[in-house]
Design a protein around this ligand. Sequence first.
Ligand SMILES: Cc1ncc(COP(=O)(O)OP(=O)(O)O)c(N)n1
Ligand SMILES: Cc1nc(C(=O)O)sc1CCOP(=O)(O)O
Ligand SMILES: [Mg+2]
Length: 552
Amino acid sequence: MGCLGTISYTFFLLSYSSRNPIRSGPEGFQFSRALKSSSRSMYRGLSLRTSMGEETAASMARQDERPSRGIECSVRKVPHVLTVAGSDSGAGAGIQADLKACGALGVYCSTVITAVTAQNTVGVQGVHHVPEEFVGEQLKSVLSDMHVDVVKPLKAALVVDPVMVSTSGDVLAAPSILSVFREELLPMADIVTPNLKEASALLGGVQLETVSDMYSAAKSIQSLGPRNVLVKGGDLPASKDAVDIFFDGEHFHELRASRIKTCNTHGTGCTLASCIAAELAKGSSMLPAVKVAKRFVEVALDYSKDIIIGNGFQGPFDHLFKLSRVCNSCKGQRFKPSDLFLYAVTDSGMNKKWGHSITDVVKAAIEGGATIVQLREKVAETRDFFKTAEECLEMCRSYGVPLLINDRVDVALAIDADGVHIGQSDMPARVARILLGPEKIIGVSCKTPEQAEQAWLDGADYIGCGGVFPTTTKENNLTIGLEGLKTVCLASKLPVVAIGGIGVGNAHSVMKIGIPSLKGVAVVSALFDRECVTTATKMLHSVLMDVVSTPN
Ligand SMILES: Cc1ncc(COP(=O)(O)OP(=O)(O)O)c(N)n1
Ligand SMILES: Cc1nc(C(=O)O)sc1CCOP(=O)(O)O
Ligand SMILES: [Mg+2]
């Protein structure tokens, strides 16, 4: 593919309030003027509303003037990215990548199209530029309607993805674009995300061949004006990992991801920049946004490494790698969040104390109302654990109750259990997902919103959140309290089960926090450190039923 002339860069303009940002970005050299005038007017609009007081009141009044849609509804703000970019008919990059990446990260994305390309996995066959005035018109349409949802804009941010040389080495920009980047865009940017070739071009053609060169490049590019720089080292020769260098003007961060062996890398740059914008839209600060974005791309590539779409050298990947799994669960074939309602976690020490066999306590818990069982054997020999797990699986299957294995992905695989529960120091959830495949249930212990976000990205099905109360069952366990539980439940995109010191005396207070993602409680001693496990489980079940059947 040759130089595409006007398909010369993509940039994203992002302005946001704490919950409701707007991002936009143009693609095309001829578009820079339209962009500049549009962005100037956007900034004017924003600064008006930023000044609070009368202007904010006026903005809110305008919202109140919105025509009724005929339904009573409470207002819920949605993080909102506006992207201004070109269309890719092959749907791996450009606007299509932005839409998919934002959708996958739970962010609304509106679009202004600057060019329409005819392209596929082989290359770009044609480009049709949208006239500058019409690009401006699209911008105006979106912003004049949707800006009213931005009640408290705090600042504007600009993410610049300098699309000049693609990962496949295609030259996408005329040399003249360089001065536009250096003089106009970079000084405005909050972050710029060049790959190695683009970084080299921005710096007048310097050779970038080592990680140490990338550090110097990040520093030099930052001196051109952007607040943050991410030099992407995906093309670094002889590098085992995909190394990127992030520089915020003061500190460097070397971000590493495993290098996925796949040809399906078309659109990784667009996707990374979209994900950064989406995370910023959700209120993240820059470095965490970059980390989530990098991880998203790594996981998406891994999920898509074997897919075949098109006959060319560089295929697209599946941004919505979650979709097939969501659909499966809709069909009820695998995990149901309601299974977390009364989650029984076994303990061999307690069984020994009461002279119970593990199969007996699992049966007793299920007969008392347990909706899912986890075998948590911390001291058993592998051979014994395997045998016990096989017996318990047979028991659980006969009742239609899922059986998960604590920590031991190997044992889960060996007996074909329904899934695993893993903690922050166990096998990484993304690796467990790869080993177990898309159908098995994976739960991850999380104490913070960041861990919950990561669990979601890693392909987990639910999170276990605790310790809600102090417990003697797990040594040195940090207690996060009901407040900590609330914070994680509010942030989690996955269903949550609360754990730690929960029993008949306090289960009510846990479930009453009333956050929809909280689906139940996971319990060890209140079920198994008892003479009669069935009675103990029935009592807890009845407390939980009271909560769900009592109106607020
Ligand atoms: C449902 C549930 N939530 C949390 C945990 C704790 O898992 P982890 O942090 O890995 O600690 P151990 O259980 O392995 O000691 C859990 N097991 N189940
Ligand atoms: C296994 C476990 N994980 C926890 C966490 O906080 O992640 S607390 C815990 C022990 C829960 O036992 P009990 O119900 O007896 O308090
Ligand atoms: Mg564990």
